[in-house]
Design a protein around this ligand. Structure first.
Ligand SMILES: Cc1cc2nc3c(=O)[nH]c(=O)nc-3n(C[C@H](O)[C@H](O)[C@H](O)COP(=O)(O)OP(=O)(O)OC[C@H]3O[C@@H](n4cnc5c(N)ncnc54)[C@H](O)[C@@H]3O)c2cc1C
Length: 311
């Protein structure tokens, strides 16, 4: 049996939302405890260049997250390397069980467990992540000015990403394994009319191909799902747009979710359906999904928690 620790504010997650909440809660003298989870630093630790974090024209994602952790600690937050395995929001104080056996009790909880992009699961996709393979057009489209790009997917996200990427790319090929898209009709019309977009129907991608030194993508191997015939589609950027999975497992039976598993918050706040439980960042946001918006919501969550505790 591990120890039991009580805190006024328990922050679950160590991405931009969690660390920003920790900075604000610590500066409000709430002595927050932040539990990092299985990916200390969150999603930005698996990317390279970040060019849209205000104040840094470019910064490596992992470096930025090391700085955020140091900032949270310097303000007085306690950062713990552990994973929350169960959370009980039905009693007060709230109770969180950790993987190492510690039980945290908390007057307020800030959920900042983020989301994960869904990937194809190919070894070559893993190899080129951050070096030509991306799951975020807003984040990485700018790196492919004047280059050819391939997008894979068939839903609204894939169509939005493909259209957005035409702002940079010389050509965008959208690969989909069926012969129709799931995206809204109006989006499809826009897509089909766009002169820079070419469709490759009934194909999936079996391999990302590229160079070793420097590491970079030169194309993808596309396979016709009906005939099995393969072809290389040249590109320097390969965007996987097959959806995101919010990490709402801990609360899926306790809080209302929407849009495919995102935690629902009151508009304009981070308040969930349970008073004293707040949610921030990609866990609640199926639209923007950026470091800066997550950090903004982390700030809001700490201010909302502070107000709740004062009342
Ligand atoms: C490859 C890639 C490149 C990107 N590039 C950019 C970019 O250039 N600019 C930009 O603005 N955005 C970028 N993004 C998006 C950005 O990373 C996210 O919007 C942002 O990280 C979301 O922050 P978050 O704090 O909500 O959650 P995340 O960063 O997803 O962090 C979630 C945290 O929750 C923790 N956690 C999960 N479950 C548990 C648990 N049970 N117990 C404890 N902790 C838990 C995890 O360990 C992790 O620390 C990129 C994303 C990816 C994948």
């Amino acid at each position: 049996m591990g120890e039991t620790r009580h805190t006024k504010v328990l922050i679950i997650g160590s991405g931009p939302a969690g660390y920003t909440a920790a900075v604000y809660a610590a500066r409000a003298m709430l002595n927050p405890i932040l539990v990092q989870g299985m990916q200390p630093g969150g999603q930005l630790t698996i990317t390279t260049e970040v060019e849209n974090w205000p104040g840094d024209t470019h910064v490596q994602g992992p470096d930025l997250m090391v700085r955020m952790e140091a900032h949270a600690k310097a303000m007085g937050a306690e950062v713990i390397t552990d994973i929350i395995t169960a959370l009980d929001l039905s009693k007060r104080p709230f109770v969180a069980q950790s993987d190492s056996g510690t039980v945290f009790t908390a007057d307020a909880v800030i959920l900042a467990t983020g989301a994960q992009a869904k990937w194809l699961g190919l070894p070559s996709e893993e190899k080129f992540k951050g070096f030509g393979v991306s799951a975020c057009a807003t984040c990485d489209g700018f790196f492919y000015r004047g280059r050819e790009i391939v997008v894979i997917g068939g839903g609204n996200t894939a169509v939005e990403e493909a259209l957005f990427l035409t702002n940079f790319a010389s050509k965008v090929t959208l690969i989909h394994r069926r012969d129709t898209l799931r995206a809204e009709k109006i989006m499809q019309d826009r897509l089909f009319k766009h002169p820079k977009i070419q469709m490759l129907w009934n194909h999936d991608v079996t391999e990302v191909v590229g160079t070793e030194a420097p590491l970079g993508v030169t194309g993808v191997r596309a396979r016709n799902v009906q005939t099995g015939a393969e072809q290389i589609v040249p590109c320097e950027g390969f965007f996987v747009a097959i959806g995101h999975a919010p990490a709402s497992e801990l609360v899926k039976d306790q809080l209302p979710l929407h849009n495919g598993g995102y935690v629902k918050v009151e508009p304009g706040s981070t308040r969930t359906a349970i008073p004293g439980v707040f949610a921030a960042g990609d866990l609640t946001d199926h639209v923007y999904r950026q470091a800066v918006t997550s950090a903004g919501m982390g700030c809001m969550a700490a201010l909302d928690a502070e107000k709740f505790l004062a009342e």
